[in-house]
Design a protein around this ligand. Structure first.
Ligand SMILES: C[S@@+](CC[C@H](N)C(=O)[O-])C[C@H]1O[C@@H](n2cnc3c(N)ncnc32)[C@H](O)[C@@H]1O
Length: 220
């Protein structure tokens, strides 16, 4: 059923042309993703849902870990990401990845001229058969996925820090393992995503495992 849904989503959400594009394997993730690596290696989820993919650096990580895992990615990949990437030039996170200012400028220029969506998919070259990009917003896109019959085993939330993403994932796919990023995001704001996850875990009886930015909901 899920394979049929995956195949049908693949038809409806084709990849953009990526030939000749420069890939930028740049992640906005904040560490601790080895927690997710362990789940992929040991529990071998067949289907994963990633909400918030950006340039698909995290997605590439998941796809590289197990040659059988298939991933649906939900992200609008809208042009707002162009301005966002431009703002990173000279800032610590981009400078850590690309110390040379000229490379940072090239990064921002490529996102603008190539477009965020084609650039993200260029980063997944070689994984064409195992990744479907669904351009849209959570939670609406999640209901659409559910209607196709898609059932993820593993969910990774790295989007807009909204409680509704967790609630809808759990409502639609109660057996999926829910994980994500942003555990340590927003110190000055009181760690808003952490609050959301803690409230959710308490309400539904999950235990939280965390490391740096990464969190995993465990049963029991
Ligand atoms: C922090 S970035 C994701 C980083 C990516 N996972 C990585 O490791 O590089 C957040 C992404 O979430 C997307 N986004 C924001 N709101 C969203 C929503 N409601 N549904 C899906 N994606 C969303 C943005 O377009 C952006 O690409």
């Amino acid at each position: 059923m899920t394979q049929a849904a995956f195949d049908s989503l693949k038809q409806k959400h084709p990849w953009p042309e990526t030939i000749g594009l420069k890939a930028w394997d740049y992640t906005l993730g904040g560490g601790g993703r080895q927690l997710i690596d362990v789940i992929i290696r040991e529990r071998k989820p067949a289907f994963m849902l990633e909400i918030g993919c950006f340039l698909c650096a995290s997605t590439k990580r998941w796809l590289s870990l197990d040659s059988r895992i298939k991933v649906i990615g939900v992200d609008p990949w809208d042009d707002g990401l162009i301005e966002q990437c431009r703002r990173y030039v000279g800032r610590p996170a981009l400078t850590r990845a690309y110390p040379d200012r000229e490379v940072q400028e090239q990064f921002a220029a490529d996102i603008e001229t190539q477009g965020p969506f084609p650039t993200a998919l260029a980063n997944l070259h070689g994984f064409e058969g195992r990744f479907v990009p669904v351009r849209g917003l959570s939670p609406d896109a999640l209901y659409m996925l559910k209607e196709t019959g898609f059932i993820p085993d593993l969910i990774y939330i790295d989007a807009n820090k909204q409680a509704v993403d967790l609630e809808v994932c759990y409502e639609l796919w109660p057996d999926a393992q829910i994980t994500g990023d942003d555990w340590h995001w927003g110190r000055t704001k009181g760690f808003p995503m952490r609050q959301i996850i803690e409230d959710f875990a308490e309400k539904h009886g999950f235990r939280i495992e965390s490391d740096h930015a990464t969190w995993v909901l465990q049963r029991g």
